[in-house]
Design a protein around this ligand. Structure first.
Ligand code: 5GP
Length: 253
């Protein structure tokens, strides 16, 4: 499919105009960045893995009635998505303390939280995506109270789904970040999951060994990032068809 005009280039993805009005082509780059792009590297295969994994999670979410922007995967690095108006917030769900909550509150990494905690960061690289209270979100008009309620409900459904899927392959979903967008259907707006769901935006720990299988491998120099993502894809049975497949050969369609 011929790509249209470049609409937006981010740190890990590029958006192009799609073939029809209201669609975009989302291209997954191999670039890895951390600490607000202070640390950068190109990791062979990361884009293809995230494209596959995001397809897998978004498809699963649609099957349980959680609306997402995903339409179909086009090739190794690209997927067709619905164009949305992105709400300028990162929605983070935490099951276990790690990362910034551990630093901020002095909670040891790995401590189970009393219940899933949903928090919001304002999407602004120059400010380092600061954590914001709901009061700011409403006061500055980034989202309404109804949107916030809907976003929390969506985030918790994604958390239940992702936790279950990961549990099934021996991985603990520690936390994750999603982005949510608005689509208009006539006069009505609906909120849907946008961006990507992949090990770039989740913390995933092996349940037995505690091994990290997510972007912290890159952030904290813990080994090869593509190997970690390949392990997640292998366990879920969604390896790209040209990747080396350990074990028995399986049929691919
Ligand atoms: P923390 O706030 O602990 O740094 O991150 C919480 C969770 O959200 C982690 O799974 C982390 O990967 C994800 N996350 C937070 N900010 C970003 C971001 O800007 N980009 C991506 N890809 N993930 C993020």
């Amino acid at each position: 499919m011929a790509r249209g005009k470049l609409i937006y280039e981010g740190k890990a993805k590029i958006l192009y105009e799609g073939p029809e009005a209201g669609t975009l082509v989302q291209y997954f780059k191999d670039d890895a960045t951390a600490f607000n792009a202070e640390k950068k590297e190109v990791i062979d295969g990361k884009g293809a893995l995230n494209n596959r994994l995001s397809e897998y999670f978004m498809n699963g979410l649609m099957q349980i009635g959680v609306p997402t922007h995903f339409i179909k995967r086009l090739n190794m690095r690209e997927q067709l998505i619905r164009q949305v108006e992105i709400i300028p917030l990162e929605v983070i769900v935490r099951n276990t303390a790690a990362g910034s909550i551990s630093k901020r509150l002095g909670i040891e990494e790995g401590t189970q939280l009393p219940r899933p905690i949903v928090e919001f960061s304002y999407k602004d690289d120059a400010l380092g995506d600061p954590l914001v209270p709901e009061e700011y979100i409403i006061a500055f008009g980034w989202a309404s109270q109804q949107d916030l309620d809907d976003m929390i409900a969506l985030a918790l459904r994604v958390n239940d789904f992702m936790s279950g899927v990961m549990l099934g392959v021996g991985i603990k979903l520690v936390d994750f970040k999603i982005e949510i967008g608005r689509v208009w259907e006539g006069e009505f707006q609906r909120l849907i999951i946008a961006d990507e769901i992949s090990p770039d935006s989740c913390r995933l720990w092996d349940m037995e060994t505690g091994e990290k299988l997510d972007k912290d491998v890159f952030r904290r120099d813990l080994g090869n990032l593509a190997d970690a993502y390949t392990e997640v894809a292998r366990r879920l049975g969604v390896l790209p068809s040209n990747a080396p497949q350990p074990g028995k050969p399986t049929l691919v369609n």
